[in-house]
Design a protein around this ligand. Structure first.
Ligand code: MSS
Length: 365
C-alpha cells in the first residue's frame, strides 16, 4: 500500500504551518529546529503535537462552556462545567511544553517511538483557573492524598482493558501550586489539537503530565495503575521493562539548544541563536561554545522574562573565519544545576538534556 506523503498534515491539525513542522505520523508533528523564531512565545501554528491516542472529534469543542470536569479527592467532590470554572478565577502562565521523548533521535541504542530531534517543545501562554482555587472552592484536598490524577477525555476503543490504553497521569501534589485548568492557548480558545476545550497544565513538568480534554481531576492516595503511568514514561536501564518504582517523567530539568545558524554561514560576523529554560526551576544563564565545549562564552538572554516556567531566547555574536565549527550551548538554572555534557542512557530515550547531543556542526565559508 502506498504511504501518504510525509508532509501531509492530519485533519485535526490542518491549521498548522506546513513549512514549520515535520510530520512524523498522524499523531506526532515536530517543530522544525529553524522554525522556533527569536520571540519568546512559539506561535500555535508552529507548536509540536503528540497524541498517544487518536484525537477526539471536533464535536467536543462545539459547545466549550458545556464541557464537564469531575473533581474528586476533595472534601466536596463536584462536577463543574467550563462556564462554572471561568467564574472561579483566571490566571495566565507562560511555560515550556516539552515531550518526554524530545531529543530521542540522538540515542544510539535505537529506542522505539517518535524520533524527535529538538522540536517536541515550545513555549506557550496558557490561560485558565488555578487548580488550587478550584480546590479551595470545594473544601480543600482530602487528607492523605498524595497525587493529582488527571484523566484524558478520549473515547476508548471497545473490547480493550481501558487501563492499558487510557491517558491518565498522576503528578505529586507538590505541583498543586502551579497547576492550572486551561481553556486558552496563546490568547485563543484552546484548539482541540492541544487539548481543548479544557486541559490540565502542569508548568515545569514534562508534556505527558499535561492531560488534554481533561474529564476528571482526582486527588488520590496512590498513582493510577493506567499503563501510561505504571510502566510507561519511566527512566530505566536499556533492556529493562517498565515498573512503578522507576523514576516517572515529572519535573523537567534545565536545557538549551542552538536554533540558528544550522548548517552553513558566511565568514565574518555571525549571531548564534537558541532557546534555554530551567524547567521546573528559574533559568540563570546560558553559555555558548564554538569549539565543541572546550571554551565557553556567556550568551545574552533576549526577550522579556516571562517567568520561571518560560524559556528565554539567547544570542551570542561571534566572528568566524572559514572552517568547521561545533556550536553548543549549556544552560544553568537558579539552583546551580548545569545541563550535562552527556545524556543519561535509558531504554525509552527520555529526558535527553545533553549539550553535546544538541550541538550543531557549522561550515563557515
Ligand atoms: N493528553 C491526552 N488526553 N492524550 C494524549 O495522548 N499526550 C501527552 C500530553 N497529553 C496526551 C495528552 C503527551 S506524551 C505530550 S508530549 C503532550 O500531551 C503533547 O501536547 P501537544 O499539545 O503538543 O500535542 Mo510526551 O511526554
Amino acid at each position: 500500500t502506498a504511504e501518504a506523503p510525509k508532509s501531509a498534515l492530519p485533519d485535526y491539525a490542518n491549521w498548522k504551518d506546513e513549512s514549520a513542522v515535520i510530520v512524523h505520523s498522524a499523531n506526532t508533528l515536530e517543530t522544525r529546529r529553524g522554525a522556533i523564531g527569536s520571540g519568546v512565545v512559539t506561535p500555535s501554528k508552529h507548536l509540536y503535537v503528540r497524541n498517544n491516542l487518536p484525537a477526539p472529534g471536533a464535536e467536543i469543542v462545539a459547545d466549550r462552556d458545556a464541557w464537564e470536569v469531575r473533581i474528586e479527592g476533595v472534601n466536596n467532590p463536584a462536577t463543574l462545567t467550563l462556564a462554572e470554572l471561568k467564574e472561579i478565577g483566571i490566571e495566565s502562565v507562560t511555560a515550556v511544553l516539552q515531550c518526554s521523548g524530545n531529543g530521542r533521535q540522538f540515542f544510539t541504542h535505537g529506542p522505539g517511538g517518535t524520533q524527535w530531534g529538538t522540536g517536541a517543545a515550545g513555549c506557550v501562554v496558557w490561560t485558565g483557573v488555578p487548580l488550587r482555587d478550584v480546590v479551595a472552592q470545594l473544601g480543600g484536598v482530602k487528607e492523605g492524598m498524595e497525587y493529582i490524577t488527571g484523566t484524558g477525555g478520549e473515547a476508548l476503543p471497545a473490547g480493550l482493558d481501558p487501563k492499558t490504553i487510557m491517558v491518565e497521569r498522576s503528578i505529586p501534589t507538590r505541583a498543586l501550586d502551579q497547576a492550572i485548568l486551561a481553556w486558552e492557548l496563546n490568547d485563543e480558545a484552546l484548539p482541540l489539537t492541544h487539548g481543548g476545550p479544557l486541559r490540565l497544565v502542569i508548568p515545569g513538568y514534562y508534556g505527558v503530565n499535561n492531560v488534554k480534554y481533561v474529564k476528571q481531576v482526582a486527588f488520590t492516595e496512590s498513582q493510577t495503575d493506567a499503563k501510561i503511568q505504571a510502566s510507561g514514561y519511566r527512566i530505566r536501564d536499556v533492556g529493562v521493562k517498565g515498573a512503578p518504582d522507576q523514576p516517572s517523567m515529572w519535573e523537567m530539568p534545565v536545557k538549551s539548544w542552538v536554533t540558528a545558524p544550522l548548517e552553513k554561514t558566511r565568514q565574518g560576523h555571525s549571531r548564534i541563536h537558541g532557546v534555554a529554560f530551567g524547567g521546573n526551576n528559574p533559568l540563570d544563564k546560558v553559555e555558548v561554545s564554538v569549539d565543541g565545549g572546550k571554551t565557553w562564552l556567556d550568551a545574552q538572554l533576549l526577550g522579556p522574562d516571562m517567568g520561571r516556567f518560560a524559556w528565554r531566547p539567547f544570542a551570542l555574536s561571534v566572528d568566524l573565519a572559514p572552517g568547521e565549527y561545533r556550536i553548543v550551548s549549556r544552560a544553568t538554572d537558579a539552583q546551580g544545576n548545569i545541563q550535562p555534557q552527556n545524556r543519561t542512557e535509558n531504554e525509552r530515550g527520555y529526558g535527553n538534556t545533553s549539550w553535546s547531543d544538541h550541538g550543531v556542526t557549522l561550515t563557515v565559508s
